[in-house]
Design a protein around this ligand. Structure first.
Ligand SMILES: NC(=O)c1ccc[n+]([C@@H]2O[C@H](COP(=O)([O-])OP(=O)(O)OC[C@H]3O[C@@H](n4cnc5c(N)ncnc54)[C@H](OP(=O)(O)O)[C@@H]3O)[C@@H](O)[C@H]2O)c1
Length: 289
């Protein structure tokens, strides 16, 4: 089985490339493929003819998405469409990466995790564009796995976001006397190494459809920060604040915890708690031993 990874140098893409069989792997970085161009996508895949395509590419700096909706829809919606069209023509399975931010735009506050069978209500431009991307994939390429993830951290760091939250907090904790972090946005932090392992398993099946794949459990960004610093042995005080005290261009969900319900129904949800994953990440990065 030949597997192509789009966004191969990204945070998730690089972990996928490590875990997939190197002999059958086609790693496509942004310099090899431009998903907003149907010609570019067609040319790349005519050459390699993969059996499975994994599309991790996105424009996902959420506040910049608010300022540039055209780019946001071009990459996250039309880009997804282009990949789906070509995957379908080649008869390839398609894995498409999506986000928890397709949820959380409802008026009623949410307190229980979202399953794959809940109706998305995106709170911002990024979420709307990612949801449009999902729709293209669903309609154009039936042999799809739409994988919704949340709060990723991985050794490569997110190239689109210029690092990841864990590294940012470790850096700031060393530079500042105090950290102030929002405590009213709850999500499920997820280690890209664990996510890549589960995707590698999923692509060997024919269980097509939407999947939520996150590490187990949930926390606010404040609680996440407390655990990062505790594990790293840093004593910098962390103060919880509200989203109103930290205004951002894009509205974020107060609660976007994903339930790995589809995996659980299939007996495939063995994702470990985020705290264990975080500890392994800090070891892998050399922050702790
Ligand atoms: N990071 C998170 O916390 C998070 C949360 C929820 C969902 N997600 C979703 O998970 C996926 C992977 O995230 P990640 O953190 O691994 O992202 P990432 O590190 O930014 O990787 C994305 C890769 O895609 C490439 N890319 C961007 N635009 C492209 C385009 N138009 N054509 C071809 N390649 C392009 C980027 O290359 P360049 O950097 O060279 O442009 C980068 O290597 C994304 O679909 C994202 O929406 C991420």
């Amino acid at each position: 089985m030949k597997v192509a990874v789009i966004g191969a140098s990204g945070q998730l893409g690089s972990d996928l490339c490590k875990q997939l069989d190197a002999a059958d792997l086609v790693s496509l970085t942004h310099s090899n493929i431009e998903i907003t161009s149907l010609d570019s996508v067609r040319d790349s895949f005519q050459k390699y003819r993969p059996d499975i395509i994994i599309n991790t590419a996105a424009f996902h700096r959420v506040d910049d998405c608010e300022a540039d909706p055209d780019k946001t829809f071009r990459v996250n919606a039309l880009g997804a469409r282009n990949v789906a069209v070509v995957a379908q023509k080649l008869g390839a399975k398609l894995v498409h990466l999506s986000t928890d931010y397709i949820f959380g735009g409802e008026d009623e506050p949410r307190t229980i995790p979202y399953t794959e069978f809940d109706t998305p209500v995106p709170p911002n431009v990024y979420g709307r564009a990612k949801l449009a991307g999902e729709d293209f994939v669903r309609h154009l390429c039936p042999r799809h796995f739409i994988v919704r993830v949340s709060g990723l951290f991985g050794v490569a760091g997110s190239s689109g976001k210029g690092g990841n939250f864990v590294e940012t907090m470790l850096k700031l904790a060393k530079e500042r006397d105090e950290l102030r972090v929002v405590n009213d946005q709850v999500f499920s932090p997820t280690y890209t190494k664990d996510l890549a392992g589960k995707i590698a398993q999923l692509i060997t099946t024919e269980y097509y459809g939407i999947f939520h794949i996150t590490n187990r459990g949930s926390c606010s960004w404040y609680e996440f920060t407390k655990e990062i610093l505790r594990l790293a042995g840093l004593k910098t005080p962390v103060t919880p604040i509200t989203s109103d005290q930290f205004p951002q261009k894009a509205k974020r969900p107060n609660y976007s915890v994903l339930d790995n319900y589809h995996l659980r129904l299939l007996g495939m949800d063995d994702m470990r708690p985020w705290q264990e994953a975080l500890k392994d990440y800090l070891i892998e990065k050399g922050h702790i031993i």
